[in-house]
Ligand binder design. Structure first.
Ligand code: THU
Length: 133
């Protein structure tokens, strides 16, 4: 099994924990760190819908809150139960760009098709934190 397939397997397991109680749309993510550690995430929805967190940000925030830093991340797998690959929402793209600017993102549904992009392709003109300086 190659590295992408392994990461997708972790994301699928995380998808089973998704709390998609309002949308029914389950998402799983798995974040590969440079040191070999993998953090998973799933979407967790709120009754106040806008407070929902996506699977991608869940995984990144878990890693950061455990002491991992910007630049520690190599790849992120994102899976859903849809037939084809779904790519991350705009909010997640910004967070991924902020914290994992070299990230490769592997998106997969139930079918065999995979969408593989780096974050700079997904968010070519980001808000750059350098603007705050
Ligand atoms: N969702 C994700 O987890 N990741 C995305 O990139 C897009 C959307 C979640 C949020 C919400 O729980 C559900 O999918 C429907 O939008």
């Amino acid at each position: 099994m190659d590295a992408n397939e392994t990461l997708i397997g972790h994301a699928k397991k995380a998808m089973a924990n998704a709390k998609a109680v309002y949308s029914g749309f389950k998402v799983g993510a798995a974040l590969q760190c440079k040191d070999g550690k993998i953090f998973t995430g799933c979407n967790v929805e709120s009754s106040s819908y806008g407070l929902t967190i996506c699977a991608e940000r869940c995984a990144v925030f878990k890693a950061l809150s455990e002491g991992y830093e910007k630049g520690d991340f190599i790849a992120l797998a994102v899976v859903t139960e849809k037939s084809g690959p779904i790519s991350p929402c705009g909010a997640c793209r910004q967070v991924l760009w902020d914290w994992a600017p070299e990230l490769e993102i592997i998106c997969k549904g139930k079918g065999d098709d995979m969408l593989i992009r780096n974050i700079k392709q997904l968010l070519p003109e980001p808000f750059d934190s350098d603007n705050l300086k």
